[in-house]
Structure formats: structure tokens, C-alpha cells
Design a protein around this ligand. Structure first.
Ligand SMILES: [Zn+2]
Length: 859
């Protein structure tokens, strides 16, 4: 490797307090175009002096695009929840810019095995996506983007010309604008003129929920695959319109660490990632090492971090024919912090991120042909491997729930996966797949490997330590039935045409006003949203606690548990009721049937008391210090974004002060609730409140005497008298963490908490060690893990034994109220749509559960 860059003074890590000008960061062997504005000209401070705010960052990027239009084009990918623009700079040579669209089209051919053989890569630029600070409180990346963008706009000479001629750089200065703004505001407002480096200072200790997450408190670096959030959706659109060869993901780690770059732990590379990917990762690592050696920065590789979960930014490219690189810089978490390695200044962290951007670009330039050839090879071998596999496709479907199918197909389409309708009904095992509500994904398509990771169940692992979850089998998460298809089944099904989300049929709704009542199916994903909007308008609705059949226009139709009955006898007139019901049904894709008479052919007549009135939920959720922001954010997102249901976020201190009379539903997710007034909470439940608990909140409530759930003891992995090697402790103890696996719970479909489910086994996601003993009340356990609950993922034998024959959900009656204990997370990362019904049932029907029993759990 040639020595290309020389850096000016500043090899020492500890820096004097105060600002550094651009000279600290930039290679001094390079000439810069004086017409290009420096960051300070636009953002008013030196890079690293303060944390740049998102608006100033965008101003600077716009200024660069305006000053260097022959090198930089600025695009807006979309807007965040808080309406900040997600900008993308396309940076390349003036001559490449002139034929950018042609370059893009040529480049995309590499991922199309049918046409890639004829592509000449000799003169083709390599496409590199440089991505910064997806975690909002890891801002050295985004602040380094000011320097990198200036360098790429202003540097002069043959080196930079050659770089730009051979690369198209997709430059994403901020992966998470909302989190970035929250964090930059925090550290800037606490910055002293004389920088305070004491880690105890307020500057280094953010208040809940901190800047890491997006608006809804989600970790966007887990969202590349599910793509639940607008930030990921906009980014994926651009990602697949270019399909980069290399993507960098600039993060920060603990303040006492140094600098990490991939490769990560070799045994934890996802087995679907071909070995060549890791060879290229290692080739690039030599560039990072050389560049960091030159400035004397400490670094490490092949430890801690891994390439396992494809929902992370540095791993997603690996299953898309590219190479993803994770960078982790020790965080100053503010402007200057004392660490085990001495004083860590913000400018120092920025410089490492800038230098590894330069090493990435130099690596991409040198390895250009290898990276391009690899992308072509990746997609070619994906097809040959798919051809050799006995699995020729996956079929999936769900009756009476087009909206879940639509969400699933939308997710697949975002990744460039083709979905087909088919002609003939297919039976696989006990499952029958009707073309009316099922679809097929054949594996003979370029995204074959991604398809496998989305559909396959996994149970074999080389390692027992994981950085993140161990399984993400998407049909299980979405609560769909699915099966593998062999060649004969695929041929028999006879695939028809490709479908998109827009092509999914909509649910049936009444053409004319009902004379007697409307019946709304509860099985649809969005039925709770439809019910809420109607009940909130004062419309009276009831829920069927039994089954019944009616004659509808001469045809007998049966209706299940949880069917919503809206009688025409209301305080509003028939025409308006029809309009409101039709509007809700079409907006939320829910099936509604108009009924002209109340007599049932079988089961209860519509006037029966087995139809129980639905109460409008008035919801508060405990949020704030101690509460898992991720879990709370999932509830917020579900209620607000998906269901359009408002909920109050109560801080524990506010809970203790406020009158709780106006709430009939309280939600508590995983967390510690030391400050919460237990007696007040208990009294509220006894007075008739519905308390919904998930994960560790279940244990907290039991310990606080609010519920009477009992827990299973987990057998320790080693005998207490056994002597073990000190060096093995991380491995042995780490294996007992339950980082995330999928378990199937047997559902009692007659229980109000299971209304709307049609399958006897519901997949739930477990990433905790809350194992509930069976309830003493035999009617109070609507979801239960049987003898072989593991469906996909890795779990230690001890934890696996504890899940077996444990309760997944228990309902306690406390006075006039109910405590709904949900051991796991039914809303996991907002793509676990299979758990949505359970959670929404708790919101709407928790209060109607009747725990009458000989063996009562009641006090
Ligand atoms: Zn991070």
C-alpha cells in the first residue's frame, strides 16, 4: 500500500481543551479549492467545537452541493417523523455526473444474473455508501461527515481525481436525524466554555430516552430488514436503486474502548454470508489498519461485534452482494471526557471516523474490480445454490387478514423480492393454501439468499454468544402460515403473475345500509383501529363471546369469537352510522357485513347477553427513567402510528401525583419501577382498572404484591461446587442470556385475549428470562408454552427447559380489576404483527375477562 496521506501534528490522543481547525483533520499534502465553503463558514463553529445540529448539517451539505455542482448532487430521500430531511449526496467526478443514470443502470446489471455476464467492469466505477451515526448519541460519525464532504468537494490533484473517477459515493451524513438533533441539543446545552471532562457531569449523562433512538424510541440499526420506520424505508429505496458494493456504518462504543473495524468474531458470521465477503472485509481492514497506524490510533478487530443479524446496517449489505463495514469509535459522549485511555476529546473521535472514511475510499478504489466482480458472482451463485436446493419456494397465507398480508408483501418488496400469485390450491402437511389468500416466493430469483434468511427456521449455530437476536423467521413474526415448496408442489401451484402490496384484495364491506346491525370481523390486523375510531365517536359496539351463524341473503354464514356487533339501534341516524362504519372499514381494510335480522340460525341471537359492550379504552403508559425505552417505544408506535389510538405517557413522578380516574387501562413494559407508588397502582386496579404488563414488569408487579404470578427457577448451568477456568466465564455466562428466540404458544381461541386468532399456535418472541409458572386458575391462562415450544432460534438447554410448560399469558383478577401478565414482548420491534392481536385484545377486552373458577387467583 502506498503512503498517500500525511497528517499534520496531533498524534497524541489527549488534546488541549478547545477547538481544532480543519487542519487537524485534513491530510496536509493536499491542495483545497478556496471557492468551497469550509464547515465553519456555514455552521458557525469549528468541527468538533460543538456538536453540529441537524439543520446546520443540512445547510452545509446544501452549500457544498451549490459550490461544487460538478462533483456533488444533493438528493432528499425523504423526511423523518419529525420532518427532518434525509439528505443523500451523490459524489463522483464531473464526467461521471454527466452520465450518472447510465452508470447506475449498468451497475444494476451486476445483480441480475441473466444479464450480468456481458457487463464490462474494467472501467466501471465502484459504488460506495458512506453512512453515519445511526445511533443518535454516537455523533463522531456525523460530525466527521462535515470534514469528509468538504474534502471530497474541495480537494484538488490527481489523487482525488482518480478516486472520484473510479467511485460513485452515496454519502449519507445522518442515518438518524431525529436522534441526532435530540443528542446534539443535550450536549451543546450542557457544554461549559471551560470543558468539563468529569464523566459524572450532566453533559455525559443524557435523560431518558437519550439520543440513540429515532422519534418512536426504536433502534434504527435493527430495522434494515423489517423496515418498519420511514427512515429505513426511504434509505432502502435508494439502496436498491443503486445496490452499492460497499457500505460503511460509523458508530461509537464505550468511552474506555479504542476503535473497532470489521471483520468481527469469525464464528459469528451468518452462515448465509459467503466466505468471499469476509475475505474482502479482511482486505479492506488492511487499509483501515494502515491509515490508523499512521496517526497512531489504537484499534482492534475480530472481537465483540459480529455479522449475524441481517437487520443491522453493516450486515445487511453482506446478503445483498456487497460488503458492510462496522466502525466503532470510543465515545466522548460530549466534548471532552476522562477515560481509561486518558482524555478523550470529541475532535479526536471525529478524526478517526474521517480517517477510516479515507481508508474505505482508498480500499474501494484499489479493490474496485474485486468488489464489482464479487457482486456479480454473489448473485450468480445465489441462483446456482437455489437451483441445487430441494426447497424451490415458500408459500404463505392468512385467511381474513389482508392487511397483514399487505404489510408482509410490502416488506418483501422493499428488498427487491418477487412475489407471485398462483392458480391451484396447495396442501403442505396440515396446511392448505388457497390462492385467494396465499402467495408464493420462488427461490429461483436473485435475492434467493435474502429469501432464505427471511423464511427459514434456524436451529443450528456455531457459537452461543450473540450480539443481537438469534432468529427472525418473518412468517412466524407476522403470524402467517407458511411452508416450503419442493419442485413438484411449485409446479402444481402454477405461479401466475407477480404481485405487489397494491394488488392484495381489500376486505369486503357492505354496499348498502344495514336494517338491523353490522358485524365486523376481528381477525383483520387493523380491526382494533376501526373499532376505536367508531367507539370514540360514541357508537355503541359489542363483542361476541361466543360463536353464531346467520342467514345472510340466503346463505348461512358463521361468525367467530370476537366478532364486533354494531346494532343499528343507536343515538345516531342510520345513514350516518352507515357512513362511519363504511369509512372505518375501508380505511382499515376490515371486513364488515350488513345484517337485516337478529335471529341466529345457530348459536346466540344478536340481542343475547353473550354480546358484551365494548368500553372506550383510555390509556396511560408508564415511561421515563428505568423503563425500557425500546419496549415503551414499541407500544407508542403500535398505538399511535398503526392504530391511531392516543395514549398518555406518564412519568413515575407524574403517576404518583396525578389522579388516575380518567384512565381505565395502564400499560407497563420491561423496566424497573422503583419510584412508582405501588399502593396507588394496586388501589387503581382494585377499583376496576386493567393493568397490562409485559416482560420484566410482570416480575415487578408480582414482587410488589400487585399480581400473584409465580415464577419458575432456572437450573444454573454449572454446579456451584464445580471449579471452572476463569477464562471460560464469558462464554458460559453469556450463553445463559436469552437474546431472542421464537417460541410457539398454544392459544385458547375461546378466551377474549385470543379473539381474532385462527391458528391454535401463536409465535411469540422471547428475549428475557421471565418464566411464569402455570396459573392456579385453569381458565386464566389463554397462552401456554407446551412441551416443545422452540420454533426458531438459539436457546441454552437451561432456558429452554424453563420455557417448557410455562405460561405465556396469565390473567389475574384483583378486586374489580384485571392484571394481564404477558411474559414476552408481543410488539417486538414493531414487525411482530403476530402478537398485535394479543396486545390489542388486552387493551379492548382485558376488562371483560372473567376469572370465575374453583381455584381462584383472586385475593
Ligand atoms: Zn451504535
Amino acid at each position: 500500500m502506498k503512503k498517500l496521506f500525511f497528517f499534520s501534528v496531533g498524534l497524541l490522543m489527549a488534546l488541549a481543551a478547545g477547538s481544532q481547525d480543519l487542519g487537524y483533520y485534513l491530510p496536509d499534502s493536499v491542495r483545497y479549492n478556496p471557492a468551497i465553503p469550509k464547515p465553519k463558514d456555514i455552521i458557525y463553529h469549528e468541527v468538533g467545537e460543538y456538536h453540529v445540529t441537524h439543520d446546520r448539517l443540512v445547510n452545509y451539505m446544501k452549500a457544498l452541493a451549490a459550490a461544487a455542482p460538478d462533483r456533488i448532487r444533493l438528493e432528499t430521500m425523504g423526511f423523518t417523523y419529525e420532518l427532518r430531511p434525509q439528505v443523500l449526496l451523490i459524489i463522483t467526478s464531473p464526467s461521471n455526473h454527466k452520465r450518472l443514470e447510465e452508470i447506475r443502470r449498468q451497475h444494476l446489471l451486476l445483480s441480475d444474473p441473466a444479464r450480468s455476464a456481458s457487463v464490462n467492469i474494467d472501467q466501471m466505477p465502484v459504488v460506495v455508501w458512506i453512512g453515519h451515526s445511526i445511533h443518535g448519541n454516537e455523533q463522531s460519525g456525523t460530525n466527521a461527515s462535515l470534514v469528509s464532504a468538504y474534502y471530497l468537494a474541495a480537494a484538488q490533484g490527481p489523487q482525488v481525481d482518480e478516486l472520484l473517477e473510479n467511485t460513485v459515493i452515496l454519502f449519507d451524513p445522518s442515518f438518524n436525524p431525529d436522534g441526532m438533533q435530540r443528542f446534539s441539543t443535550w450536549v451543546n446545552q450542557h457544554r461549559s466554555k471551560n470543558l468539563v471532562s468529569d464523566p459524572n457531569d450532566r453533559e455525559y449523562n443524557e435523560v431518558w430516552p437519550g439520543g440513540r433512538y429515532n422519534h418512536y424510541w426504536f433502534d434504527l440499526n435493527r430495522d434494515w430488514l423489517p423496515a418498519v420506520h420511514v427512515e429505513s424505508q426511504h434509505r432502502l429505496q435508494w439502496y436498491h436503486s443503486w445496490k452499492p458494493n460497499l457500505l460503511t456504518d460509523h458508530h461509537e462504543q464505550g468511552s474506555n474502548a479504542t476503535f473497532f473495524f470489521q471483520p468481527g468474531v469469525p464464528s459469528r458470521v451468518n452462515p448465509l454470508t459467503p466466505a468471499r465477503n469476509q475475505e474482502l472485509t479482511a482486505s479492506l481492514a488492511r487499509f483501515h489498519a494502515a491509515f490508523l497506524d499512521r496517526i497512531g490510533s489504537l484499534y482492534f478487530t475480530r472481537e465483540n461485534y459480529d455479522d449475524f443479524y441481517y437487520g443491522k446496517g453493516s450486515t445487511y449489505p453482506d446478503i445483498n452482494g456487497a460488503v458492510g463495514i462496522l466502525f466503532e469509535q470510543a465515545s466522548s459522549r460530549g466534548h471532552l471526557q476522562q477515560t481509561n485511555n486518558g482524555l478523550l476529546s470529541f475532535p479526536f473521535t471525529i478524526r478517526n471516523q474521517f480517517v477510516t472514511t479515507l481508508s474505505t475510499l482508498e480500499g474501494a478504489r484499489v479493490l474496485r474490480k474485486e468488489l464489482l466482480a464479487w457482486q456479480r458472482e454473489f448473485y450468480k451463485t445465489a441462483l446456482t445454490e437455489a437451483a441445487a436446493s430441494p426447497v424451490k419456494g415458500y408459500i404463505f397465507g392468512k385467511e381474513q387478514d389482508p392487511e397483514t398480508l399487505r404489510a408482509f408483501i410490502t416488506m418483501l418488496s422493499r428488498h427487491g423480492i418477487e412475489i407471485y400469485s398462483f392458480k391451484n390450491t396447495i396442501t403442505s402437511g396440515n396446511s392448505r393454501f388457497d390462492p385467494a389468500y396465499s402467495y408464493i416466493v420462488p427461490t429461483q430469483q436473485p435475492q434467493a439468499r435474502l429469501i432464505e434468511t427471511i423464511f427459514a427456521r434456524t436451529s443450528e449455530y456455531k457459537d452461543s454468544l450473540f450480539y443481537d437476536i438469534t432468529a427472525w423467521t418473518m412468517p412466524l413474526a407476522f403470524g402467517l402460515r407458511s411452508a416450503e415448496l419442493n419442485a413438484a408442489q411449485l409446479a402444481q401451484a402454477s405461479t401466475d403473475r407477480t404481485v405487489t402490496a397494491a394488488g392484495i384484495p381489500v376486505a369486503a364491506r357492505p354496499a348498502q345500509p344495514a336494517g338491523y346491525a353490522y358485524l365486523m370481523e376481528w381477525s383483520g390486523l387493523m380491526a382494533p383501529a376501526a373499532l376505536y375510531v367508531l367507539v370514540a365517536k360514541g357508537i355503541k359496539a359489542k363483542v361476541a363471546t361466543g360463536t353464531f351463524s346467520l342467514d345472510i341473503n340466503g346463505r348461512v354464514r358463521s361468525f367467530g369469537y370476537g366478532t364486533i356487533l354494531i346494532p343499528v339501534q343507536q343515538d345516531i341516524d342510520k345513514a350516518r352510522l352507515f357512513n362511519l362504519v363504511s369509512e372505518a372499514a375501508s380505511r382499515y381494510g376490515v371486513e364488515v357485513t350488513a345484517v337485516q335480522q337478529g335471529t341466529a340460525v345457530k348459536g346466540h341471537d344478536l340481542g343475547s347477553s353473550s354480546f358484551v359492550p365494548v368500553t372506550l379504552p383510555s390509556i396511560a403508559m408508564i415511561t421515563g427513567t428505568g423503563v425500557s425505552a425500546l419496549d415503551a417505544g414499541e407500544v407508542w408506535h403500535l398505538l399511535d402510528q398503526r392504530m391511531n389510538i392516543p395514549a398518555t405517557h406518564l412519568e413515575p413522578s407524574q403517576f404518583n401525583r396525578a389522579s388516575l380516574d380518567k384512565y381505565n387501562t395502564l400499560i407497563m413494559v420491561g423496566g424497573t419501577y422503583n419510584e412508582l407508588n405501588k399502593e396507588k397502582l394496586k388501589a387503581w386496579v382494585q377499583n376496576g382498572g386493567t393493568l397490562i404488563l409485559t416482560e420484566e414488569a410482570v416480575s415487578w408487579a408480582a414482587q410488589s404484591g400487585i399480581s400473584n404470578v409465580r415464577f419458575k427457577r432456572v437450573k444454573p448451568p454449572v454446579d456451584s461446587l464445580q471449579r471452572l477456568r476463569y477464562a471460560d466465564r464469558v462464554e458460559i455466562e453469556g450463553a445463559q442470556r436469552l437474546t431472542g428466540a421464537i417460541f410457539g404458544a398454544d392459544a385458547d381461541l375461546t378466551h377474549p385475549l385470543a379473539y381474532g386468532y385462527t391458528q391454535p399456535v401463536i409465535s411469540l418472541f422471547k428475549s428475557n428470562r421471565v418464566f411464569m409458572e402455570q396459573s392456579r386458575n385453569p381458565y386464566a391462562m389463554p397462552f401456554y408454552y407446551g412441551g416443545r415450544p422452540l420454533q426458531s432460534g438459539w436457546v441454552s438447554r437451561e432456558n429452554g427447559d424453563a420455557v417448557k410448560n410455562s405460561a405465556a399469558v396469565i390473567v389475574n383478577t384483583v378486586g374489580n380489576g384485571r392484571v394481564i401478565n404477558i411474559a414476552d414482548n408481543p410488539n417486538f420491534r414493531a414487525f411482530w404483527l403476530g402478537g398485535t392481536k394479543l396486545f390489542m385484545n388486552a387493551v379492548f377486552f382485558g376488562r371483560i375477562t372473567d376469572a370465575a373458577s374453583g381455584r381462584t387467583d383472586a385475593e
